[in-house]
Design a protein around this ligand. Structure first.
Ligand code: SAH
Length: 240
């Protein structure tokens, strides 16, 4: 079933006019008329039937979807800036896996640096990726994307249990599958070059727990997707 995020409040029995982009997609690309779609506003899903009305498309809201598609765990992914295609892959997968918030940060071993003059355009593009991935996987919320912060600001942005995925953690470190979690957690993934020892130390002093993602060193994008998957499975299976 096609899903769109509505730009106005919805109510059962009411109607919603699709935005021009949504109308183009539903009407011109998918040639819909009479189909049931899912509309979401402010975290609540609704079922609606779309109708063609000239070049416009309207949807008749027929009822709420009682099933929430969100994880019962608030996950923040703090992701180092990595090469663009890989970062975009991570954003898309994080949205699919149910992450609530993404913080992008720049640390000492990042090979990619934020270029001020392009940040606004990039953030806009990244938010579109998050929205499209959230629609495609039928989430009720689009992950929040903060701007790019320097590493020094990261610790103060922690929500819930702070988890530092540290490539030098060693096997005695906690495992992501069993580390005790509050109702929220913030997992930090480093850049291609990993973390400097002082950076790891700084997060540990701020109360983060070091976690290992296994014996092999994963690429940053693999580490992010792996961490998101393990946390989502813990939340979905009701282990919390
Ligand atoms: N260049 C570094 C590896 C960086 S991997 C080196 O050779 O040591 C990129 C990021 O993925 C790391 O900073 C860490 O956050 C995460 N990561 C990768 N493998 C990991 C593992 N086995 N345990 C914990 N974190 C890992």
């Amino acid at each position: 079933m096609q899903q769109y995020f509505a730009d106005q409040p919805l109510e059962s029995g009411g109607t919603y006019e699709l935005t021009p982009e949504q109308a183009h997609h539903a009407g011109t690309v998918l040639r819909m008329d009479g189909e049931t779609i899912r509309l979401v506003y402010d975290g609540q899903g609704y079922f609606a039937v779309v109708h063609r009305a000239g070049r416009k498309m309207t949807a008749e809201v027929i009822g709420i979807d009682p099933v929430s598609k969100e994880l019962p765990l608030d996950i923040t992914l703090a992701m180092a800036l990595i090469r663009r295609e890989k970062l975009e892959l991570v954003l898309q997968k994080a949205a699919e896996l149910g992450v609530s918030r993404i913080i992008l940060f720049e640390s000492s071993r990042c090979v990619v640096h934020a270029r001020n003059e392009r940040i606004d355009r990039q953030l806009e593009r990244w938010r579109t990726i998050l929205q499209e991935a959230s629609e495609q996987c039928k989430r009720d919320r689009i992950p929040e994307l903060t701007g790019i912060v320097p590493f020094e600001k990261l610790a103060a942005m922690k929500r819930g249990t702070g988890l530092l995925a540290y490539e030098k953690a060693g096997l005695e470190a906690a495992r992501l599958s069993t580390v005790p979690l509050a109702e929220a957690c913030t997992v930090v993934i480093g850049p291609e070059g990993g973390f400097a020892a002082e950076e790891a130390e700084r997060l540990l002093q701020a109360g983060f727990i070091t976690v290992s993602l296994g014996r092999r060193i994963l690429r940053a994008e693999t580490a992010a997707i792996y961490a998101g998957s393990v946390l989502a499975e813990r939340a979905e299976s009701g282990a919390e």
